[in-house]
Design a protein around this ligand. Structure first.
Ligand code: HEC
Length: 155
């Protein structure tokens, strides 16, 4: 038999207990869970774009990390639409406007404009050119704002 060390066995058990705890916390894909999930994805984008902005402005000199942030955003840029299933407008506080579901085609367009702005950001980030990075960042920011203007409730 495959024998685990005592420490390893302890860690495995702790991990299993944690996962069991997570799975009873809420059923998969309940609206409240989807709302929290999509807000976390959005917050992640907010973090990456703020990090890139600090690099583009020259507040920090981590140009060699700009591409990592851009790629993280690009990797999830195509993931937005499934985060807004019909019925995910209840169960938790959120700022998604009904227009998302009454004008799904418009929402799709806004999501696509965002996704389409991403390759240029990755390219500019990889180039190491601060001005190019600033320009591509502005375009992506416009795409975020374009969607928020029409589909996110103002604070
Ligand atoms: C296709 C539409 C769309 C695009 C594109 C989009 N967002 Fe959002 N975003 C939303 C909607 C809708 C909400 C509100 C979600 C909710 O509360 O249900 C939101 C919420 C947020 C939030 C608040 C999350 C929270 O804490 O509740 C942040 C931050 C955010 N977006 C940042 C961004 C950034 C940065 C970008 C671009 C890099 C972006 N978003 C692109 C639609 C979009």
């Amino acid at each position: 038999m495959f024998v685990l060390g005592r420490r390893t066995a302890g860690a495995v058990i702790a991990g299993a207990v944690m996962m069991a705890g997570l799975s009873v916390a809420g059923a998969a894909d309940e609206p409240a869970n989807i709302i929290k999930y999509r807000q976390n994805v959005m917050k992640a984008n907010g973090g990456h774009i703020s990090a890139i902005a600090a690099i583009a402005k020259g507040d920090v000199s981590f140009m060699d990390q700009a591409e990592d942030h851009a790629r993280a955003m690009a990797a999830t840029a195509g993931d937005i639409l499934p985060l807004f299933p019909e019925g995910s407008d209840t169960g938790a506080d959120h700022r998604s406007l009904p227009a998302i579901w009454t004008d799904w085609a418009g929402f799709e367009k806004a999501a696509k404009a965002y996704e389409d702005a991403m390759p240029a950001l990755v390219e500019a980030a990889a180039s190491g050119d601060r001005a190019a990075l600033g320009g591509a960042l502005r375009d992506v920011g416009q795409a975020c704002k374009g969607c928020h203007d029409d589909f996110r409730e103002d604070k």
